[in-house]
Every structure is written in structure tokens, then in C-alpha cells.
Design a protein around this ligand. Structure first.
Ligand code: ADP
Length: 599
């Protein structure tokens, strides 16, 4: 292999290795990670927002159930208190009321239906020690021969449950009981007496709890004073108190019926006597048969209600049925967001890799073209020089046959063509790598066009050139070599794409501040669909390919680049089979004779 050829081979194999090395797979591109980071960040933010809004909605739902349940409890107890006020009014109006009348009164109240959950409605009478025996006698006469006041120890003041309806087996046990002897009941009774208002006791075990399964209980007292009005002063109230209308409550019986099915199945509550949820003051716990042991409710709230001037504390929690309805929108957004982020990451990664690979391929191609063109250029220059030398020598000899002369001419022409192709390739790679420079100097476009036409004409025997140029020079600031290539390109294309011959018209004229060059041929023309792509790199119109006319699709791309860098423009008017007219406009250099315009 000759040394130059071996060098080219070495260069090519080195480039192959470098291409392989340049494969971007191993590099860690930043963009996909950035995309992943942003997508995950947005996901986290949206998930947090959705979760917060879900949580708020759940809390509101819970709160509305709690409020309804609490209102139900307060409203139910308010009803009992109103009923007891009625009873107190009855005794205030007629302290001598007998057992039968009271029984009839309570029956008219229809306790079972109107006041469900109440254990009884009664009257506890107050008396001094001296009046005690009279009362016992009177009650015994009213049909309770065993009546006694208990506990029986001696004291200054006695209270006794005289009437209690309905007279079932539980309430029967309570008859005669002095509730004033029990501190919890006494506190409420004294409070009721002193304030003149209904008062609820703290947690007690009712005397009615005669079975083994006992429920916590409490009582509500409404004071009954002698006379039709409530006494104004404390002393007067204490003096005029004759007893209490009261109701004992078994808390579980009372609360079991309260609450609508929806609340009962979705929330649970614990009820405590007093201001704090203290274990030994627990009055009631919702049934939690459906709640697994150790279950942690998602929402909890503590509220309070005041029942007959006594505070109760309620601790509400969600049941599994509520919690299973809790929205997991935040979680769904998080999962979906992570999946989408991962997909975005993969897509961006693939894009970046594809782009890097494409860039590497383009870089390799450019490097190849550049090296190859350089390597070709050197022997070609020698070939061109020798061909021209040979041609000149042959022209001086008469004995050479025409055939040989033609052969030598063709060698020269093809060498020129090859040179132009290689120059175009080199320019294109220079443009790609940013090494394409334009050196501008004042030059006469008329002379330049004349020169190009004179050089081209001998090779274009079948294409007579009609040249129209102005008689005066058209000076532009331009790169002589590049503009020469522009004109050569237009002329050679006009000839190349007119395979059946035909004249080529070249017109150069001044139009205002422009020098306008038109190259018009009568060749195969350019289909309309190809026109928008004509100046793209490596683009060739379909009719050029189908006509078998060779080319690389670089010439017009370079031409446009050169003209644009000169501050000019290029356009084309054509149609398939209608010939083509290319127009290049370049700005004329300012005439030194013309003074510059004042600002
Ligand atoms: P090439 O001639 O090497 O293909 P060019 O960049 O010079 O590359 O031209 C691009 C394409 O434009 C050509 O392939 C051809 O389809 C079309 N073209 C250029 N000049 C003419 C012309 N005078 N007549 C018809 N088609 C032309």
C-alpha cells in the first residue's frame, strides 16, 4: 500500500476506535436526573397537598358526626330535665299529692315512648326528724305497708324517696332511700336546692342495681319549694325546700338508644363525669365489639357537654368503618407521580443518549470528511496542476490526434469538478465545526461574474450563456473566493439540471442599495414540495435523483450560508419541468462619493 493510502487507513481506524470510545452510555448525563428530581419534587408537593386536603375533609366529616352525636346527647337530657321541671311544678302546686295521682301523672307522660332510657321518675321528700314518723305512717297507709326510711341512723334532716314510677322490681328497692346520706347525691341535692336549678349528680351506683351486672348511674334533681315561686335568697330556699323531683339514670340504658345508625357504626365515644377523662369517672363506653384489640383510630377528639350544670367529657374516636372510608388520594398521587417520574426519567435518558450518540456520529462523520477531504486535496492539487500543464503542452503540438486532446481536456475538467466537490465537503465540515470564516473586502461583482462565466463557458458547449451586466462596477464588501463559489455553484447547477441543453441567462443589476444576481435556466425545474427544503443540508429534490443527475446536496446549503453571512439573501422561483430562477441579493458597499446621511 502506498504511504499516503496507509496513512488514510490508519486515520480511519483511529476514528473508529474513537467513535467507540465516545459512546455516551458510560457518561452520566445531568438532564435526566434533573428531570427526575423536578418530577419527584412536584410529585411530593402534589401528594402532600392532596393528602392535606383529604385529611381536612376527613376531619370535617368526623367533626360533623361528633357534633351531631353530642347534640343528640345534650338534647335528650334537656328533654328529661324539662320533664322533671314539670314534676317539680306538680309537687309545688300540690305538696299533698298522693301515690295514685302521681302514678296517673307519670302514666300520662308515657315515659317508655317519650323518655326512653330513663330508669324512673320520682319524688324525694324532705322532713325533719320529728315529721319522719308521720310521713312513714302516711305512705304506709297509701298501700306500702313495709315502707321505711333508710339508712336508719338518727339525723337532723331526713329525705326519703316517697314516689318512684314505674314501680318495677328495681325501683321498688329504692323506695324509702335517703339519698342525702350519700355524699355524691347530697352534693347535687344541695346544689339544686341552693341554686333553684336542676342539678346532676356525679357518677354513682344506683340502689336499683340489684343484679350482678351493674351499670354506672347518675341522678338529676329539680328542687321543689313550698309556695308557688322560687325563693329569692339562699336561706329562704333552704327553709322552703320540701323535696326533689328527680330521675335516676342507668347510663348504658340511657345512651344505648342515642345516636343515629351512621354515627354508631363509624364513631365511638367514652363518656366521663367531670372535666377530665379520668378512668374511675368513666360513665359509658360505646360498644367496640367490631374494633380489633389494639386498634389505633385515625382521628380522636375530646369535647364536653354540660348536663344540668354538671360537666361531662366525651372522647370520640373513629371506628374501622370510618377509617376504611378515609381517602388515600395523597398516596395515589404519590404512587402515580413516582411511576410518571420514572417513565420521564427513562424517556429523557433515552433521548439524551440518542442525542449524544447522534452528536458523536455527526462529529465522527465531520472528522472523517475533514480528514478525507484534506487527504484527497493534496494529490488532487498535484493532479490538477499536471493536467493543466499537459493541456497547455498538448495545445502547442499539432500532431496529437483530436481524441487524445479530448481525453486530456476531460481529465482536466473532471479534476476541476473533483476539486470543487472536495472544497465543498471541506467547507461544510468547517461550517459544522465553526471554522468557516468570511474575509470581507471591497470587490466588484460585475468583474467577478464576468470572470466566473469566462472560466465556465468553455466547458458548457451545450449551454450558451447570455450575460447581462451593468456598464459600471457594483462594489460589495465580500469574500472574493466565497462569492466566486456562489456564482460558480449557481451556473454549474443551471447547466447540470438542464440535461438536454438550453441557454442560461445570467443577469446582474443594481436595485436601490442592492446588487441583484439572477441565474435562469430552462432545465428540469424543482417541484413545489421540494422548494421549502432546498437549502437544507444534504437535501436533493426527488426529480434530481430520478433524472440520474449526481450530487451531494451541499452546494445550496453552503451558498445560503455564505450569502447570509454577507448580509444578503437567496430565493428561488421554479416548478417541475419549468426551469429555475435563482436570485441572490447582496448589499452594495456605500459609495465613497455619497456623503453619509446626517442623523
Ligand atoms: P447537488 O446539486 O449536489 O445535489 P445542491 O445543493 O447544489 O446540491 O442542490 C440541491 C438540490 O437542489 C439539487 O439536488 C436539486 O434537486 C436542486 N437544484 C439546485 N439547482 C437546481 C436547478 N438549477 N434546477 C433544478 N434543480 C436544482
Amino acid at each position: 500500500m502506498p504511504p499516503r493510502g496507509r496513512r488514510l487507513c490508519l486515520i480511519l481506524s483511529a476514528m473508529r476506535i474513537s467513535l467507540r470510545r465516545r459512546a455516551p452510555r458510560s457518561s452520566a448525563p445531568l438532564l435526566p436526573w434533573l428531570v427526575l428530581l423536578v418530577a419527584l419534587g412536584l410529585t411530593a408537593l402534589s401528594a402532600a397537598l392532596v393528602a392535606a386536603s383529604d385529611r381536612r375533609a376527613d376531619e370535617l366529616r368526623f367533626q360533623s358526626l361528633v357534633t351531631r352525636s353530642q347534640d343528640d346527647i345534650a338534647a335528650r337530657l334537656e328533654t328529661y330535665i324539662s320533664m322533671l321541671r314539670g314534676v317539680s311544678g306538680l309537687f309545688a302546686a300540690n305538696p299533698e299529692i298522693d301515690r295514685a295521682s302521681f302514678h296517673a301523672y307519670v302514666q300520662r307522660l308515657d315515659v317508655e315512648h317519650s323518655y326512653p332510657g330513663v330508669q324512673g321518675i320520682g319524688f324525694s321528700a324532705r322532713m325533719t326528724a320529728s315529721a319522719k314518723d308521720t310521713l312513714v305512717e302516711s305512705v304506709r297507709r297509701q298501700g306500702l305497708p313495709d315502707f321505711r326510711i333508710w339508712p336508719e341512723h338518727a339525723r337532723e334532716e331526713y329525705h326519703a324517696i316517697v314516689y318512684l314510677e314505674p314501680m318495677d322490681r328495681r325501683n321498688r328497692v329504692a323506695i324509702g332511700y335517703d339519698m342525702f346520706t350519700d355524699p355524691a347525691r347530697r352534693e347535687a341535692m344541695e346544689r339544686a336546692c341552693d341554686t333553684g336549678l336542676p342539678a346532676a349528680s356525679g357518677k354513682v351506683t344506683l340502689v336499683q342495681e340489684i343484679d350482678d351486672a351493674k351499670q354506672p348511674g347518675f341522678l338529676i334533681y329539680v328542687p321543689v319549694y313550698r309556695g308557688s315561686d322560687v325563693a329569692a335568697t339562699l336561706e329562704e330556699r333552704r327553709a322552703r325546700l320540701i323535696g326533689y323531683a328527680y330521675s335516676p339514670f342507668r347510663v348504658e340504658d340511657l345512651l344505648r338508644g342515642i345516636g343515629r345508625p351512621q354515627e354508631q357504626s363509624t364513631i365511638a365515644f367514652d363518656l366521663y363525669d367531670g372535666n377530665e377523662p379520668v378512668a374511675d369517672r368513666l360513665l359509658y363506653q360505646s360498644d367496640r365489639a367490631d374494633v380489633p384489640p389494639g386498634y389505633r383510630p385515625s382521628l380522636t377528639t375530646t369535647t364536653s357537654v354540660v348536663v344540668a350544670a354538671r360537666p361531662w367529657t366525651l372522647v370520640y374516636t373513629t371506628r374501622p368503618e370510618f377509617d376504611s372510608g378515609i381517602s388515600y388520594g395523597g398516596l395515589a398521587v404519590l404512587v402515580a407521580g413516582i411511576v410518571i417520574s420514572a417513565v420521564l426519567f427513562r424517556i429523557t435518558l433515552a433521548e439524551v443518549r440518542a442525542r449524544a450518540e447522534a452528536e458523536a456520529a455527526v462529529a465522527t462523520r465531520d472528522a472523517f470528511l475533514s480528514v478525507a477531504s484534506h487527504e484527497l486535496k493534496t494529490p488532487l492539487t498535484a493532479l490538477l496542476g499536471n493536467a493543466q500543464l499537459l493541456r497547455r503542452r498538448v495545445e502547442r503540438q499539432d500532431h496529437l490526434p483530436d481524441r487524445d486532446r479530448r481525453t486530456i481536456r476531460v481529465i482536466g475538467e473532471q479534476a476541476v469538478r473533483l476539486d470543487r466537490l472536495i472544497t465543498a465537503l471541506l467547507d461544510q465540515t468547517r461550517l459544522q465545526s465553526g471554522r468557516f470564516a468570511i474575509d470581507r473586502e471591497p470587490l466588484d461583482l460585475v468583474a467577478l461574474v464576468r470572470q466566473v462565466v469566462a472560466e465556465a463557458q468553455p466547458a458548457l458547449a451545450e449551454h450558451p450563456i447570455a450575460l447581462e451586466v451593468p456598464g459600471e462596477p457594483l462594489i460589495v464588501l465580500g469574500d472574493h473566493l466565497r462569492l466566486e463559489q456562489v456564482v460558480q455553484n449557481l451556473v454549474s447547477n443551471a447547466a447540470k439540471y438542464s440535461p438536454y441543453g438550453g441557454p442560461i441567462r445570467i443577469r446582474l443589476e443594481r436595485q436601490a442599495t442592492w446588487a441583484v444576481l439572477r441565474v435562469i435556466d430552462q432545465g428540469i425545474g424543482i417541484p413545489e414540495s421540494a422548494l421549502p427544503h432546498l437549502f437544507e443540508q444534504f437535501y436533493r429534490a426527488p426529480n434530481a435523483e430520478s433524472s440520474g443527475i449526481g450530487g451531494m446536496g451541499i452546494g445550496l446549503y453552503m451558498l445560503k450560508e455564505v450569502v447570509t453571512r454577507h448580509g444578503g439573501d437567496v430565493s428561488v422561483v421554479s416548478g417541475a419541468g419549468r426551469g429555475s430562477e435563482f436570485t441572490v441579493r447582496l448589499t452594495l458597499a456605500p459609495d465613497p462619493a455619497t456623503p453619509p446621511e446626517s442623523p
